[in-house]
Design a protein around this ligand. Structure first.
Ligand code: GAP
Length: 501
């Protein structure tokens, strides 16, 4: 499905729509409706189960979204969190340099100086995408943070956080004190990040307010033990810098163990890369041949990273690979910068008496982009019907409850729906239209199971208190005792967790 068709379908089903739609919308802002909000919650819980669930020493916190200026100064965002912007001197429209140069430099402009970008604009006689004039300005760095006047005097500066990660660094000392005082220590945040993107586009891909799920693992640089044997033979679809330099765009399958041979990738990093790949394949259900682990070069990496592989997934709606998450080795950049900025020593004393400033491994994940990815990959046409083949633990509604003949079976079906909802099953009761139409609505919403109450459910025979349970993907219907439903449904919607043993 093309991007606008997919968006139209999601909007029609109440998954999401533009913010302030009745006023014509606001660029880069979207609201989630009931299905979207539920899917997003499930996605966040699945992420937390997989990543925060890796260790008893990994925890979730819920920090403020506004950061004092001192924080973003120390973190480097005030100085470095910029995108090159070009403005048309004729129509005064501003563009991301990368967007204007898409045709001429498909690999992007990461790492290029404003002068080098200006040179490309000049050499190719690049025209303004809006008015067609050649009067494009020399690129200027544009800071992507939203600044705020903070407090009643308006003299204090603050910023909406540009990444959730910062809050984990700010909380490290407190987390150390309240925890086991041991490394590795994980601090996760799931929440909004804000960026004043120059050119918001592609619906959920370049938003101005979006949700990140980020885990910062603080570890001892001399020792970060991981159960590497569990992933050693896992084949990973990697696209390394050296192959990219030769023009390759498709990944090659390399065993995790063989990535260590190259020396510069440490065991802890490859282990987490494999764990992340498994999340995209096994938890989100993206086909392995759609995923690539894209290594960023020295020039392309974010300013704080020593090693960076982006997790990219090939999306039909956007006609190519798109970044949905990443594994960042940030070294001691963050604790060192915040140590200097705050004047607090953020090193810790370990059980063996050594004083270390922990390094950080960051597992980052764009919740909205992945939600779009789940629509792109799993919303399929099966003959006449549109089916959203979401894994059951991600489905916004786990169960549809129908009376076969509303007049005769509604009272029983409503009571059943109440009991199942009280047991924790997220469900929708539906008695409108034919059973076929009700199934079709549930299929399109991704609901994995439907139960129908019929005459047999109410009879005095052996099928009393049984219902038909229909599976979305196989369309098979089985007769099931009502008493079995809560346990069966709740176990199907529990997200997978990694083994800690
Ligand atoms: N803490 C690291 C960090 O923020 P990032 O690559 O800038 O790294 C992390 O962002 C994730 O957030 C990305 O992988 C992407 O999925 C998501 N993301 C970034 N900018 C976004 C935007 N404007 N709209 C939607 N998602 C975005």
């Amino acid at each position: 499905m093309k991007s606008d068709e997919l968006f139209a379908l999601l909007r029609r089903r109440g998954v999401l729509w533009p913010t302030a739609e009745i006023y014509g919308g606001a660029q880069g802002l979207y609201d989630y409706g009931p299905l979207g909000a539920s899917l997003k919650r499930n996605l966040e819980e699945a992420w937390a189960a997989w990543f925060v669930g890796m260790s008893h020493d990994y925890h979730r916190i819920d920090p403020a979204e506004i950061l004092p200026e001192a924080v973003v100064r120390a973190s480097g965002h005030l100085e470095n969190f910029t995108d090159p912007e070009v403005t048309c001197d004729n129509c005064h429209t501003a563009f991301r340099a990368e967007t204007v140069l898409e045709k001429f430099r498909p690999e992007g402009v990461d790492g290029l100086s404003p002068a080098a970008i200006g040179e490309i604009v000049h050499t190719h006689h690049v025209r303004c995408p809006h008015c067609g004039s050649e009067a494009l300005s020399v690129p200027q760095p544009f800071n992507l943070m939203f600044g705020l006047d903070f407090g009643v005097t308006g003299r204090e500066r603050a910023y909406l956080r540009p990444e959730t990660a910062q809050s984990s660094y700010l909380s490290f000392a407190r987390m150390w004190d309240v925890g086991r005082r041991a490394l590795p220590l994980g601090v996760a945040v799931i929440g909004k990040a804000y960026r004043n993107e120059i050119a918001p586009r592609q619906v959920l891909f370049r938003m101005r307010a979006f949700t990140q799920a980020e885990l910062q693992v603080f570890f001892d640089p001399l020792s970060f033990p991981v159960p590497f044997e569990r992933v050693r033979d896992e084949k990973l679809p990697v696209l390394r810098v050296a192959r990219r330099a030769g023009g390759a765009e498709t990944p090659e399958w390399v065993a995790a163990g063989d990535l260590l041979g190259s020396g510069e990738l440490p065991e802890f990093y490859v282990y987490h890369l494999a764990h992340t790949y498994r999340f995209f394949r096994d938890v989100l259900g993206f086909a392995p041949d759609r995923i690539r682990l894209f290594e960023k070069s020295d020039q392309e990496r974010a300013f704080y990273n020593r090693i960076q592989f982006d997790v990219e997934v090939r999306l039909e709606s956007l006609a190519g690979y798109r970044e949905l998450g990443a594994v960042h080795y940030r070294g001691d950049y963050d604790l060192s910068r915040h140590g200097q900025g705050s004047g607090k020593d953020l090193s810790v004393t370990l059980h063996d008496g050594r004083s270390v400033r922990p390094h950080v491994l960051e597992l980052t994940f764009g919740v909205d982009r992945n939600l779009w990815g789940l629509a792109d990959a799993h919303l399929v046409q099966d003959g006449e019907r549109t089916v959203w083949r979401l894994p059951p633990y991600l489905a916004p509604v786990a169960l549809g409850v129908f009376p076969l003949i509303p007049k005769a079976h509604a009272a029983y079906a409503l009571r059943l729906a109440d009991d199942l909802a009280a047991a924790g099953v997220v469900l929708q009761y539906d008695e409108a239209g034919t059973i076929g139409k009700r199934y079709a609505r549930m299929d399109e919403a991704g609901t994995p199971f439907c139960v129908t109450v019929d005459g047999e459910s109410l009879s005095d025979g052996p099928t009393r208190d049984t219902v038909t349970l229909r599976d979305r993907d196989s369309k098979q219907q089985t007769r099931v005792p009502v008493a079995d439903l809560p346990a069966r449904l709740l176990s199907a919607v529990r997200p997978p967790r990694p083994s800690r043993a």
